[in-house]
Design a protein around this ligand. Structure first.
Ligand SMILES: O=C(O)CCC(=O)C(=O)O
Length: 279
């Protein structure tokens, strides 16, 4: 799929699958490497989720493990963050000054709960720092879900609602539709390992149940233009303090990249993360 085609799908459906971002002869090694890093983080990640849930916040259901800042622990996928087709689309939408907003490892364990309909930060209304609806009809961030294992109905490919990215709001905050229930127009995304589901971050989507016997391993990577303020996701910043801590709201944190990790990243990747190096 070429850039023009990607832009066409993003504009009309709000998402598309870009195949072969991680080459077939590399994907097994990348998946094993990320999965090993995720296994080491299992207890800590589950404890973090439990803490957020205990405060009454809606987060991904049981059996979903998320590790923000996975690139600080594993860099096996780093060269592919600047895949020409992904960056071609990012550049066409955002201009020359774009950057990565977050890189999270995601493991959906067999039998995980279905999630709730939401759009990603900064549109997820359950996050303390979010853009209040109604939104302007413009793309301000792209999310991407990297299939390190195959996405299929069996493994729990992401559920999406095509065209919903043009809506002025989304159901994450409740009240619109039953955010926990299947939607009659939902589509389940499939793709082979190494593919990337690229979506306008406003697109309504939700976690599906992994009905296979093996963990579904993925990454969530965000790309945004220079003008999107990421400080509310940086713990310790003034914006994080005012918008998250002082409101006692649900955080959406991305840990800074340690300088030593940053220095070892491929040259082409560094410009996308230089704004997030630890001080
Ligand atoms: O794991 C999935 O299929 C969806 C993940 C998701 O909804 C998210 O990361 O926002």
């Amino acid at each position: 799929m070429q850039v023009e085609e990607i832009l066409g799908h993003l504009g009309v459906e709000g998402y598309c699958v870009v195949e072969g971002v991680i080459p077939a002869d590399e994907i097994d090694a990348v998946r094993e490497s990320v999965a090993a890093a995720m296994r080491k983080e299992y207890e800590a990640a589950m404890a973090r989720s439990a803490q957020v849930r205990a405060k009454g916040h809606r987060i991904g259901g049981a059996g979903v493990q998320a590790v923000p800042g996975i690139i600080n622990l594993n860099q096996s996928f780093a060269p592919y963050l600047v895949d020409a087709r992904l960056i071609g689309a990012v550049q066409a939408l955002f201009g020359d000054f774009y950057r990565i907003t977050n890189i999270s490892g995601m493991v959906n364990h067999p039998g995980n709960d279905r999630g709730y309909w939401h759009a990603d930060w900064p549109y997820n209304q359950t996050n303390a720092a979010h853009i209040p609806a109604p939104y302007a009809d413009a793309v301000s961030k792209l999310s991407s879900l990297w299939m390190l294992t195959e996405f299929s109905p069996e493994t729990g490919g992401t559920l999406v609602l095509p065209g919903s990215h043009r809506a002025p709001t989304n159901p994450s905050g409740g009240g619109m539709i039953d955010r926990e229930a299947p939607h009659p127009a939902e589509v389940q995304v499939s793709g082979s390992a190494g593919s990337v589901l690229l979506l306008d971050s406003r697109l309504w989507h939700c976690v599906a149940v992994n009905q296979s016997r093996a963990p579904r391993v993925a990454l969530n990577v965000g790309y945004a233009p220079w003008w999107l303020n990421l400080q509310p996701t940086r713990e310790g910043s003034e914006d994080y303090q005012a918008m998250v801590v002082e409101r006692d709201g649900k955080p959406n944190k991305t840990p800074p990249v340690p300088r030593a990790v940053y220095e070892d990243l491929p040259d082409g990747v560094q410009p996308l993360l230089r704004h997030w190096v630890a001080e």
